[in-house]
Design a protein around this ligand. Structure first.
Ligand SMILES: Cc1cc2nc3c(=O)[nH]c(=O)nc-3n(C[C@H](O)[C@H](O)[C@H](O)COP(=O)(O)OP(=O)(O)OC[C@H]3O[C@@H](n4cnc5c(N)ncnc54)[C@H](O)[C@@H]3O)c2cc1C
Length: 151
């Protein structure tokens, strides 16, 4: 794996291969002791970087897994192949639009309920789920932006 080419896209601190980071991002909240483990964690800052990271992974022939908030327990992003690159969407956490009239939010794919709650503070609006967690937002009254071809 040429990690420098990923770092050139997302910045050095956002293309990580250290054991602690890879271990953390190799599991969801279940156990998965037999998981292959990821070889790198790449954290793009916007949709353009997501597309560039995916193109780079393809050009290097590397498998890819995508993680939102990491709060699932079904192994959806747990690597099954060695040298998997994990694309961490945690930096795509902006709330893009709050439409008060039609009562919806448009958020980026890594936005959390915590960031949604912060955006709604003082507006008199709330989501059905008020708990502040790190779980990224599924589409209730919240519409997630499409990120490249992933959704
Ligand atoms: C205590 C607890 C209670 C829960 N209760 C419920 C519940 O009541 N109802 C319910 O539905 N779920 C529930 N869940 C499950 C969890 O909240 C959902 O799975 C949640 O949607 C996970 O979001 P996440 O961003 O953490 O996803 P992740 O765990 O990061 O990813 C989940 C899957 O989605 C994929 N993925 C993530 N982002 C993208 C993207 N942008 N593009 C393409 N693929 C993507 C991943 O590859 C993975 O396969 C609960 C979980 C916990 C811990």
């Amino acid at each position: 794996m040429n990690i420098e080419r990923f770092a050139a896209i997302v910045g050095t601190g956002h293309a990580r291969t250290d054991a602690k980071t890879c271990e953390y991002f190799s599991r969801d909240i279940f156990f998965w002791d037999d998981a292959a483990g990821v070889a790198a964690v790449i954290s793009p800052a916007d949709a353009g970087q997501v597309a560039a990271v995916l193109a780079e992974a393809v050009s290097q022939g590397l498998p890819v897994a995508v993680r939102g908030g990491g709060m699932s327990y079904t192994g959806g992003y747990v690597a099954t192949q060695p040298a998997t690159v994990l694309v961490d969407l945690g930096r795509l956490n902006a709330v893009r639009e709050l439409n008060r009239e039609d009562q919806y939010l448009t958020v980026e794919a890594g936005a959390t309920w915590e960031s949604v709650s912060a955006a709604l503070a003082g507006t008199g609006l709330q989501t059905a789920i008020k708990d502040r967690t790190r779980v990224a937002c599924p589409p209730l009254a919240v519409r997630c932006l499409k990120v490249s071809s992933m959704r």
